[in-house]
Design a protein around this ligand. Sequence first.
Ligand code: HQG
Length: 179
Amino acid sequence: MKREVKISKTLSFWLRHKPDDADISPSPEGWVEVGDVLKAFEKKKIYCSYELLEQIVTSNDKNRFEFSKDGRRIRARQGHSIPIDLGLAPTKPPNVLFHGTATGFLPSIQKGGLKPMKRHHVHLSSDAKLAVTVGARHGNPVVLEVDAQTMHHVGFIFLQTENGVWLTESVPERFLSIH
Ligand code: HQG
């Protein structure tokens, strides 16, 4: 595996799921000291310079990470399984949002709607093409269309992360159709 990919995957694991593995304790908003992260890489004998970390944060394909304004702390922008308050304000979603999944999950989704599974939220995108890629990670992809406009009007909360992913707690089956 390329060094950058290994570092990025390890960072996701620590910042989203298992900070204990790196002996780091994220703030309630998910921030950790950059120095602590670099020390954790050092402990695992994975070479990671500050420069390389900076490069990974700025060039990451999905903008998964961000630095605090002073550059001394780092966090994942979404996708946590540990309890984190990202501090995002509820936002009016576009009328239609998309969710990419695998055909094998459809029977279960048709029964119980979209659930966050191991994450805190269901992840949605405004771009159907992107949803195909997300779905293909799990198998034969299928894109579901979400009636976000009606959900918003009946009181479901939508959040938008800084890298454009839409989050909501669940999507009942009645708001879903196959795209
Ligand atoms: C499915 C990646 C059965 C759901 C991506 C999905 C995204 C159900 C899978 C981000 C279900 C969970 C999120 C139900 C939902 N029964 N299956 N009732 N409800 N599912 O990976 O949306 O690389 O947790 O359809 O690009 O695939 O992490 O969520 O297939 O943006 O930055 O359960 O993760 O970004 O899978 O992906 P995931 P996701 P990162």
